[in-house]
Each structure stands twice: as C-alpha cells, then as structure tokens.
Design a protein around this ligand. Sequence first.
Ligand SMILES: [Zn+2]
Length: 125
Amino acid sequence: MPAKVYPFPSPEDQQVIQTAIEVFLTSQTGRARDTMLKTIRAVLDRYHISKFSFPDYVVEATRAPGYAVIRAKKLITGHKCPSCAEPLYGLASRIRILSVQERRDYHLVTYGCRCGKIFAKPEEC
Ligand SMILES: [Zn+2]
C-alpha cells in the first residue's frame, strides 16, 4: 500500500521540530543549531510542504536544500525577552538570533531565548 500523505506534520513530527528548537535554545551550540535546521527541513520535505506554522513562529524551507529558517510571528519593542526578561543585547545574553529578514528600511530579526520563547524585533540596518 502506498504511504498516506498528510497535509500537515503529525503531532509527533511537530514535537520533533519543537524539541530540536528547544535543544538549540537551551544548549546554544553550533552543532545543535545545525541539527535543528536540518531536522526542520527533513520534516518539511517528508510532508512535501515549504512551511509550517506553530503558535509563536513559522518554519520555512530555504531555497538551498537541507536547511530551514525560523521566523517569529510576534513582534516586541523592548530590550528584553517578553517571557523571562533576559536582556536582548550584551555578551552575556542567552538570546540568540535565529533569522534575519531584510526589509527596505530595517531588518526583522527573529530571536530565540534560552527559556524557549521566540520573538521578532525590527532593527535598524
Ligand atoms: Zn526568555
């Protein structure tokens, strides 16, 4: 019997993506970032979809094979994580840049915090 094609990742596969993101945000290693992006892409490819939406963010396949990007849906205006108040800037910050979208007058930067929160902020070019 041919495999059934589902339009959306199963709850288990959604969990695989969320876990990969969580592992990167808590460990913040280059290896975990690489694994996270490849894992997201593998799930998207398996379902033949180019993006999938979670409550706080969208995961999207890149033009280049094998990778993906994460874009936050919620914008913040301050200088702190909206969930745990971790400062956004500074060497000791446990917030990492997940992706950057270039706009005409600003960049929309998606940040991921060690606490698991993902949010975006418009930054000057
Ligand atoms: Zn946080």
